[in-house]
Ligand binder design. Structure first.
Ligand code: COA
Length: 160
C-alpha cells in the first residue's frame, strides 16, 4: 500500500508494524501522551501480532516511520456482525497534514472491511479537539459518549 502526496513531495508506504518498530513507536506514543519504553511497546506489538482480531500499521518513508495506527474487530451479543475500533493513531511531529493520518485510517478501515466489520468507531479524549475535527473531516460522526471507570484502584486513563 503506497500513498503519494504531490503537494508536499512526501512519499510513504503503509505496512504492518513489527517488533523492530518498537523504538520509533515508543517515540510516537510519547508524542501522543502515552510514554512507554521500547520493551513495553515490543511486548504490546507481540501481543497484537498473535491476535488475528488486532492490527498495527505504520507509515514509513525513506526517513523512517512517520506514524502508527492500531485497529481491532470485536464480536458482540447485541448484533451479529463484528464491529471495528480504531485505537492509537499518531503522526510524528512535523509530518502532519501530509495525508499520513488519512492513509493510516484508510488502512485500518480496509483491514476491518476484510474482516467483515460493518462499522468502525474511535473514542477520543475531550482535549483532542483537533483530532475531533480531523475525524469528522474523514466522515466519522459523533454517535455516543464514552464513560470510563478504573477497575484496579488507580485512575486508569482511557485510551486516546
Ligand atoms: C490527528 C492526526 C492523526 C491527523 O493526521 P495528519 O496526517 O495530520 O492528517 P492528514 O494530513 O492525513 O489529513 C487528512 C485530511 O484531514 C484534514 N485535517 C487534518 N487535521 C485536521 C484538523 N485538525 N482539523 C480539520 N481537518 C484536519 C486535512 O486537511 C486533510 O484534508 P484533505 O484530505 O481533505 O485535504 C495528527 O495530526 C496527529 O497525530 N495528531 C496528534 C495525535 C492525535 O491527536 N491523534 C488522534 C488521537 S487517537
Amino acid at each position: 500500500m503506497t500513498a503519494r502526496t504531490d503537494t508536499v513531495k512526501t512519499s510513504f508506504a503503509i505496512r504492518e508494524a513489527t517488533e523492530l518498530d518498537a523504538g520509533t513507536i515508543a517515540e510516537l506514543l510519547a508524542h501522543l501522551g502515552y510514554p512507554a519504553s521500547r520493551a513495553e511497546v515490543e511486548d504490546r506489538l507481540g501481543r497484537l501480532g498473535i491476535a488475528s482480531d488486532s492490527v498495527a500499521f505504520v507509515a514509513e518513508s525513506r526517513a523512517g516511520v512517520l506514524g502508527v495506527v492500531t485497529g481491532h474487530v470485536f464480536a458482540s451479543l447485541h448484533v451479529t456482525p463484528v464491529v471495528a475500533w480504531l485505537t492509537t493513531l499518531v503522526v510524528s511531529s512535523g509530518n502532519e497534514k501530509k495525508g499520513i493520518g488519512r492513509t493510516l485510517v484508510g488502512a485500518v478501515e480496509e483491514w476491518a472491511r476484510g474482516r467483515r466489520a460493518v462499522r468502525i468507531s474511535v473514542t477520543l479524549g475531550f482535549h483532542r479537539e483537533a483530532a475531533h475535527e480531523f475525524y469528522e473531516h474523514m466522515g466519522y460522526q459523533r454517535t455516543g459518549v464514552r464513560l470510563t471507570r478504573a477497575l484496579m484502584g488507580t485512575t486508569a486513563r482511557p485510551a486516546s
